[in-house]
Design a protein around this ligand. Structure first.
Ligand SMILES: Cc1cc2nc3c(=O)[nH]c(=O)nc-3n(C[C@H](O)[C@H](O)[C@H](O)COP(=O)(O)OP(=O)(O)OC[C@H]3O[C@@H](n4cnc5c(N)ncnc54)[C@H](O)[C@@H]3O)c2cc1C
Length: 117
């Protein structure tokens, strides 16, 4: 059998799935997995995502914290990009229906516009 796709995604983690959802508007997408679609680090993540969500927080603190925890191994430019884009990316995941725990933690989620940077 021959399968034809416009986009081929290798792996079913959050990176591959996000890309697949975005390009699905432009063509047919095939996803190749090693075993099942749930066999990815993404499926096992459980501790939450660190992001600036409150006016009392700011991007500089998260950038410095990440660089310190990285013990000199992080690329500052990459850290800055990830930290600054996190609120919008998380909002997008929520809008796609990602099943984050929204119980008592719900108030910790805020629109990116509420961030002070
Ligand atoms: C137990 C655990 C808990 C975690 N908790 C957290 C947390 O609380 N917060 C947090 O932010 N992060 C957490 N992480 C890290 C987080 O899960 C990863 O950083 C994130 O999921 C990576 O996403 P990804 O799409 O880049 O990669 P992955 O989710 O790893 O996806 C990669 C995909 O590629 C596939 N693949 C790899 N090689 C091949 C190949 N040769 N051929 C075909 N397919 C292939 C894999 O099967 C998988 O489907 C945790 C990770 C683990 C394991």
């Amino acid at each position: 059998m021959v399968y034809k796709y416009d986009f081929l995604v290798i792996g079913s983690g959050i990176a591959g799935m996000s890309f697949a959802l975005k390009v699905a508007e432009k063509g047919r997408v095939g996803i190749i997995c090693k075993t099942g679609i749930e066999e990815a680090n993404t499926f096992y993540a459980q501790g939450g995502i660190a992001s600036v969500t409150k006016p009392t927080d700011n991007f500089e603190k998260h950038i410095e914290d990440t660089l310190i925890c990285g013990g000199g191994l992080c690329n500052r430019q990459a850290v800055e990009k990830v930290v600054r884009e996190a609120p919008a990316q998380i909002e997008e995941l929520v809008n796609w229906g990602v099943n984050f725990d929204m119980g008592a933690q719900a108030d910790r989620r805020a629109a990116p516009a509420e961030c002070d940077n």
